[in-house]
Design a protein around this ligand. Structure first.
Ligand code: NOJ
Length: 570
């Protein structure tokens, strides 16, 4: 990255639309492209630069569209390809870009490629997926006969038996999401052709779903290895064999050459990379290597649970600081960070990292946003986060829709866990928290649909909605507008170096950003106490407040959940 000409996305803010829950335009209770088109002005008003659209492709919806049965179409549930073209045009017309979700670690089991692959062991597409015989010495279907002991991301084994052939196919996620075999060059070429097709259609890049899982650690004889046993489960850990496997960089570089040559500058390429290390992220995002622009890492969203996300434990703010700080340092000279709290897979940030009580919801939402947007990296805003949407008050298991949550509940209860405890964990960590409909206004169903929403609207929409905040300069929404504008306007925010201050402090998260002699000091109080700012950071004295989330008061005191962006006196 040349310091004189930083890429456009260093100044950009990305907004994620999860279409199913964004806006319904036809009254069927499910959000759609017509709905996204209706809300383009909201995005323009917020000031974001890029929209990442979660999948709208034809799909049986086993995983809400992350199970794709046709890569070059739009599911009638969401609308038409023409509407997608209209959306590209509407966004481009307002100076925004559109990034598509690229889900190519797996397809749906209803994708014609898999249907063909499954049709016979002699199918020319058999090798497009991972087919394996039962474990040696065991019969197909016998407990433990799966080719490896791997535990799936959505519970249960990662192998499904195909009765007809007596072989198993690999699915790291749901059984309806068979993994593509990237070892096969035909698979890779088919994916690249599809990607070129989308770029030719006018889209501006890809958010690549679990892209660091596409290379599996496979022996020359096709052997896959068992993983280390997982405590309390009859399975082993698949991740050593599937996370950032031996050919991952080769595959991404090949993709780059085949798809992005000559058009890279205008695009945004962001990889979702669970389990990625800082060292790997440097390789993925070093511009000289031609792989990705940035990755989503998972460390900071893995600090409030033990092993599995459904074993939550209290978060220590200091751990959050240490982790994010390490990523800032790790990608300081090479590569680039994606910055996020929320997405469609995570509980709502204000409930998880902030305090969603009536007293502190606004202040903690704005404090967290300030912290995130002032880091070095590209911030991502997830629909509803811009006005402080919170976790939903789920009751019993029947309230949940997500395949991950439902499978986990069934497996945990079958293994003897207390259903009440499993439910408590689901309420905290379920992905459905992120998926309740966007709360546009205080009307019944929050302006999301005229029908019955596929997942109930959070009852707090009466007070917490976009319309109520639009003209309120003190709102979470207005604060996001200011943060986004600040990144556009101030090169220190976009490109400045990051230095963590007070690394040992439990609550006060403070850092500086500096560029060419200009500096910003950012102080965020991640808790309900007050702190002596002047004592902690003498350089804050006399500083100009560039942006704050609370009305100005005693500059020497940091109030609960207060965030300030300061320009120190020189
Ligand atoms: C990551 C996606 O963000 C998630 O929603 C999905 O379930 C899995 N990948 C599988 O595609």
């Amino acid at each position: 990255m040349s310091p004189e000409h930083p890429p456009w996305w260093t100044r950009a803010v990305v907004y994620q639309v999860y279409p199913r829950s964004f806006q319904d335009s036809d009254g069927d209770g499910i959000g759609d492209l017509g709905g996204v088109l209706q809300r383009v002005d909201h995005l323009a008003d917020l000031g974001v630069d890029v929209v990442w659209l979660s999948p709208v492709y034809p799909s049986p919806q086993a995983d809400n569209g992350y199970d794709i049965s046709d890569y070059t179409g739009v599911d009638p549930l969401f609308g038409t390809l023409e509407q997608l073209d209209d959306l590209v045009a509407a966004l481009h017309g307002r100076g925004m870009k559109l990034v598509m979700d690229l889900v190519v670690n797996h397809t749906s089991d209803e994708h014609p490629w898999f249907v063909e692959s499954r049709s016979s062991p002699d199918s020319p597409k058999r090798d497009w997926y991972w087919w394996r015989p039962p474990r040696e010495g065991m019969a197909a279907g016998q407990p433990g006969a799966e080719p490896t002991n791997w535990h799936g991301f959505f519970s249960g084994p990662t192998w499904e038996l195909d009765e007809a052939s007596g072989e198993y196919y690999l699915h790291l996620f749901d059984r309806k999401q068979p993994d593509l075999n990237w070892e096969n060059p035909e698979v890779r070429q088919a994916v690249y052709a599809m990607m070129r097709w989308w770029l030719d259609r006018g889209v501006d890049g890809f958010r690549m779903d679990v892209i660091n899982l596409i290379s599996k650690d496979v022996g020359p004889d096709g052997a896959l290895q068992d993983g280390p046993a997982l405590p309390g489960l009859p399975y082993g850990d698949a991740t050593p064999s599937v996370v950032s496997g031996p050919r991952i960089h080769e595959f991404l570089q090949e993709m780059h050459r085949e798809v992005f040559t000559g058009r890279r500058e205008q695009l945004l390429l962001v990889g979702e990379t669970p389990g990625v290390t800082v060292e790997d992220a440097r390789l993925f995002t070093d511009p000289a290597r031609g792989e990705l622009d940035m990755v989503f890492q998972f460390e900071h969203v893995g600090l409030d649970f033990e092993g599995s996300k459904f074993r939550p434990r209290p978060l220590r703010m200091r751990d959050l600081k240490t982790s994010l700080g390490r990523w800032q340092t790790g990608l300081a000279d090479v590569g680039w960070n994606s910055l996020y709290w929320d997405n469609h897979d995570q509980p709502r940030a204000v409930s998880r990292f902030g305090d969603d009580s009536a007293r502190f919801r606004r202040d903690s939402a704005t404090c967290l946003a300030t912290l995130l947007h002032l880091h070095r990296g590209t911030p991502y805003v997830y629909q509803g986060e811009e006005f402080g949407m919170a976790n939903a008050p789920f009751g019993g298991v029947e309230d949940f829709r997500d395949v991950e949550s439902l499978n986990h509940f069934a497996q945990a209860v079958a293994h003897g866990e207390d259903p009440a405890e499993v439910l408590a964990a689901l309420r905290r960590m379920s992905r459905d928290n992120a998926r309740t409909p966007v709360q546009w206004d205080a009307s019944p169903n929050a302006g999301f649909t005229t029908g019955t929403p596929w997942l109930p609207v959070n009852p707090d929409h009466v007070a917490w909605n976009a319309a109520a905040q639009r003209d309120d300069p003190t709102s979470v929404l207005a604060h996001h507008r200011r943060l986004i504008a600040l990144r556009h306007d101030d090169p220190v925010v976009a490109s400045g170096d990051f230095t963590m201050l007070l690394p040992e402090h439990d609550d006060v998260y403070a850092f500086t950003r500096a560029l060419d002699g200009a500096a910003l000091l950012v102080v965020c109080n991640l808790g309900p106490g007050t702190h002596d700012l002047a004592g902690l950071l003498p350089e804050a004295r006399g500083a100009e407040v560039v942006l704050g989330n609370l009305p100005e008061d005693d500059p020497a005191v940091l109030r609960p959940w207060e965030a300030r962006v300061l320009r120190p006196v020189r």
